[in-house]
Ligand binder design. Structure first.
Ligand SMILES: [Zn+2]
Ligand SMILES: [Zn+2]
Length: 180
């Protein structure tokens, strides 16, 4: 997943990706934390082109993930399609910064990733794109009822007769409290 910048200047490059998610350190961390499981490798085709000051890498990555429903914790399957557009710039921050209405625009504000060295390692940036595409609060269904707070019954499936917790001590204190 390395791009040699000198070679890219001579001709565009197509990069085929078929790689286990656990080969990406940022994704492996999420898997180890139990946040998400990857049912399929990360697949896709990217094209890298050199366009003067900027190297653009774009394409589509797909995979299938499973993550626990944020309310009832049952596994939720999600087909991920991640449209990737990464722009790398070799320009130094302090020379020839584009000027718009006398405001200097920093590279990072343009979404440009600064380049250092003679090659680009796509791995961390692709992992970041995939992390951002993951649902923050996956739901098995919009109307998921979640779990009962007493014994954790799945309220979508189980009839829950659990007594709601009663805070007797709290109630007693409330009753004796008089507003003067
Ligand atoms: Zn749910
Ligand atoms: Zn219950």
């Amino acid at each position: 997943m390395l791009i040699q910048i000198d070679k890219l200047k001579r001709r565009p490059r197509q990069i085929n990706i078929a790689e286990l998610a656990t080969n990406f350190p940022a994704l492996r961390d999420l898997v180890e934390q139990g946040t998400v499981a990857f049912n399929k490798p990360i697949n896709g085709t990217l094209e890298a082109i050199w366009a003067g000051d900027v190297i653009e890498v774009s394409g589509l990555l797909t995979t299938v993930v499973t993550s626990p429903c944020s309310r009832c914790l049952i596994p939720v399957l999600d087909q991920l399609e991640v449209q990737v557009t990464l722009c790398y710039s070799s320009r130094e921050d302090d020379d020839e910064v584009p000027v718009v209405e006398e405001l200097e625009i920093e590279q990072s504000e343009l979404g440009l990733i600064p380049l250092s060295g003679s090659e680009i390692d796509l791995r961390p940036d692709l992992a970041q794109e995939i992390v951002m595409a993951l649902s923050q609060q996956p739901l098995c269904q919009e109307s998921c009822q979640g779990l009962c707070p007493v014994r954790g019954c799945n309220l979508n499936q189980d009839r829950c007769d659990c007594e709601p917790p009663v805070f007797h001590a709290g109630l007693a204190a409330l009753k004796s409290f008089k507003v003067k």
